[in-house]
Design a protein. Structure first.
Length: 561
């Protein structure tokens, strides 16, 4: 399905800002990615506005509209009355001229459709048979009631929105025409898709502005007044604007205007509880109504001045429209089938326990994960929308416990210094090396009180890492191997020491044994060499004497002959 709003599958930074801003929590989080749950989304656009990474993307229908224009049939624009807010100072005639340059056959104001709708509202109120009537102009509100408050569907005015009513009227006058709506709303794209017999496509003001810029068509503000007497329903995109254009003469009813999801949701809950009766409620999802829609051009987002401009542009009388009645624009709204988990209390408690919320005091309800309460987060986990690692206090506690266990139990001595060479943290292994029993005794003291500071100063000044440096701590009679690192991000010096005293002494002992062995060997060799030399000397003397004796004997025998 071609969704109107999606989350791109990249660059999500797990900030949960979209979840925090989603009034219906229609966003799931898994595999480090936030994704829109389309079956539950009401297209209010809050996640789109909130996402700092810009991965919430609105479907661009510009190509679809260009394809309509290429078919050489009449393509007529229904222009939302909030154009006065989005293009301040630009008259309807100027916009109409610009749109015609893009290839549109004609441009009409959606406010004509609003006139048809408001007359139907007046007819419904005059009937007095209904208890509660909620306006059906805002498609996000319609989706909200359909998907999340289906029990309130009987209260939703069962008539078309101004956009659809206007599309119907245009097509009845122009049988072969296409109708393209242009406005400040994401939800209108979905409404157009669902009412394709009357609306062929919906563009946002952002899309139109981009298109005009690409076509090098400039919209110039004009000093000429574009207010016409019969334009009362131009007030529709402001809070209370629907009511301001209606008759509201039936004193049996209270007339209320509620805008912004933060106000709408409590009102719907009150309605569910049966606390409100005999009211007509003008309801819009955006705070300030349509002049603060999610896809207004950002440089046009100025609520007060927009309201003033709309108020100036609106006349005192209604547009001249065909005589439509309530029955002519009647529309049925249905609740879609949405499968939702219904976890038991035991399942919720078990999930809370897995999040480290073992009692009420640990349910901080901080909202960092995007859910208002830890309990709501637990239900979201059970529904598959969330993971327990989204809980920041849980993660911090887990990380602190993990790192604390490592630091406490590692045989390596750890010391952390600030840039003033003051001790910020030490562990028990470090204390053992220098013979201190209490860790807290060292925290806050200068490293110079226990160690020579030269290596730490060198690391800080030169931003270098010293690795595997061996030294003898004379005062503590310890041999250590030390690695010193400067953390630029947190501006701390980290020392990791390994006590190598036993190893060093063992190596020294081995060296002494080797030295003595060599010495003894040398002595033995020297003694043996002396013995050999003495034997050789004696053997040499004996041989000489023997030689002399034998020579004499030989000579004697010669003489006897």
């Amino acid at each position: 399905m071609d969704y109107c709003l999606i989350s791109e599958k990249n660059n999500c930074k797990s900030c949960y800002k979209c979840i925090r801003n989603c009034p219906t929590k229609s966003i799931s989080f898994s595999n480090n990615q936030a994704s829109i749950i389309h079956d539950e989304c009401v297209l209010c656009g809050r996640c789109y506005l909130a996402c700092p990474q810009g991965i919430k993307v609105i479907r661009d229908d510009t190509k679809r509209v260009k394809d309509l224009l290429s078919q050489k049939k009449k393509v007529i624009v229904s222009l939302a009355p909030s154009y006065v807010a989005n293009y301040p100072g630009v008259s309807f005639d100027a916009l109409k001229s610009a749109l015609k340059k893009l290839g549109f056959f004609d441009v009409e104001e959606t406010a004509f459709g609003a006139t048809i709708v408001k007359k139907a509202y007046d007819e419904m109120l005059n009937d007095s048979s209904r208890d509660i009537i909620i306006s059906s102009c805002c498609h996000s509100i319609n989706l909200l009631i359909e998907k999340h408050y289906p029990s309130l569907l009987p209260y939703l005015a069962d008539i078309m929105s101004p956009m659809v009513a206007h599309g119907k009227a245009i097509k009845e006058k122009n049988n072969d025409a296409y109708v393209v709506f242009v406005g400040p709303c994401i939800a209108k794209k979905d409404e157009a898709d669902k009412n394709s017999e009357y609306i062929d496509a919906a563009l946002t003001f952002n899309e139109l502005t981009k298109w005009l810029l690409g076509a090098e068509i400039e919209l110039k503000p004009t000093n000429n007044s574009f207010k016409i007497t019969k334009s009362k329903t131009r007030l529709f995109p402001t809070t209370g604007g629907i009511l301001s254009s209606m008759d509201c003469s039936n004193e049996d009813y209270q007339y209320l205007a509620i805008d912004g999801m933060e106000n709408v949701l409590p009102a719907l809950k009150n309605l569910e509880e049966g606390k409100i009766h005999k009211c007509f409620i003008e309801m819009s999802a955006c705070s300030g109504s349509c002049i603060n829609g999610p896809v207004l051009d950002q440089n046009s987002r100025a609520l007060v001045s927009s309201y003033i401009n709309i108020n100036k542009a609106a006349g005192k009388e209604d547009f001249d429209v065909a005589d439509y009645r309530y029955k002519d624009i009647k529309k049925e709204y249905k609740a879609p089938e949405i499968s939702r988990a219904n976890p038991s209390e035991q399942e919720i408690l078990e999930c809370l326990k897995e999040m480290g919320k073992t009692d009420k005091n640990k349910e901080l309800n901080c909202g960092c994960c995007g859910y208002d309460t830890c309990r709501a987060k637990a239900i979201a986990i059970i529904e598959g929308k969330a993971v327990k690692e989204m809980c920041l206090p849980y993660l911090m506690e887990k990380a602190l416990s993990f790192s604390d266990n490592i630091i406490k139990n590692t045989p390596n001595a750890i010391m952390v210094l600030n840039e003033n060479l003051e001790i910020q943290l030490v562990n028990n292994s470090f204390c053992k090396i220098i013979g201190v029993n209490d860790v807290s005794f060292l925290v806050g003291k200068s490293v110079t009180t226990i160690l020579e500071p030269e290596l730490y100063s060198k690391t800080l000044c030169n931003l270098v890492t010293i690795r595997g440096y061996k030294e003898y701590l004379t005062e503590y009679n310890k041999y250590v191997e030390e690695t010193i690192v400067y953390d630029k991000k947190f501006h701390v010096i980290i020392s990791i020491m390994r006590d190598i005293t036993e190893k060093e002494i063992e190596e020294q002992n081995k060296a002494e044994i080797v030295r003595k062995s060599i010495e003894i060997t040398n002595q033995v060799i020297e003694k043996n060499m002396r013995s050999v030399q003495e034997i050789a000397s004696l053997l040499g003397e004996t041989a000489a004497e023997t030689k002399v004796a034998l020579t004499d004997l030989k000579d004697t025998f010669k003489n006897d002959k």
